[in-house]
Design a protein. Structure first.
Length: 202
């Protein structure tokens, strides 16, 4: 069960079956697994521009949000949810893929730039601040060569994980969920350390 200290958990991705389980949608994949474990069904919300699901947490609820705006306009949905439910920015965590991190690595930050990620850039712009928690999930790079990486970026992020990669991703997702479920106002730093030092066993 999720913590009272966490009010809104956002996964970034693209809507539609053609993007299901793609690398860019790994944030969605985490939320879908949390919903499955908590017997929660996502519902369309036009006013929030996305799909939402409520997980009971004591006397409060933690809301899961998957924007339907496509990645580049994710912030529109996040801002709508924040305003509608009157959340504070520190009660939000954004889950996002990161091509600069190898598969199996996780980075947690409490603030920072978008790092070139258009979804994060949109969230920062719509919230008017970069001071919100974000959990970056490594999806690896298509190439170490700069020009080749640039030309293959779109096909890479919109491609699906291989069978072997999917096994690794499932382990990563379970570790992330385990940490998210234990969040309280006092141990965010401890969780940050645990996730940032996470190493997937070969």
């Amino acid at each position: 069960m999720l913590s009272d200290e966490l009010k809104l958990l956002v996964g970034l991705g693209n809507p539609g079956a053609e993007y299901n389980k793609t690398r860019h949608n790994v944030g969605f994949m985490v939320l879908e697994e949390i919903a499955r474990k908590n017997n929660c069904s996502f519902r369309e919300s036009k006013k929030l521009y996305g799909k939402t699901c409520e997980i009971p947490a004591g006397i409060n609820k933690t809301r899961l949000l998957m924007p339907n705006t496509y990645m580049n306009e994710s912030g529109k949905s996040v801002r709508s949810a924040k305003d509608w439910f009157n959340f504070k920015t520190h009660e939000l965590i954004v889950l996002v893929d990161d091509m600069d991190l190898p598969l199996g690595k996780i980075r947690v930050r409490s603030k920072g730039s978008s790092g070139g990620h258009n979804g994060l850039k949109s969230v920062i712009n719509h919230l008017g601040t970069n001071e919100f928690k974000r959990l970056k999930i490594g999806i690896g790079s298509p190439s170490e060569i700069k020009q080749e990486r640039k030309s293959k970026t779109v096909s890479h992020v919109l491609g699906r994980f291989s069978k072997q990669e999917s096994i690794k991703v499932n382990f990563i997702i379970q570790e992330i969920i385990s940490c998210i479920e234990s969040i309280t106002s006092n141990d965010w730093e401890k969780i940050t350390t645990r996730l940032n030092s996470y190493k997937l066993e070969d």
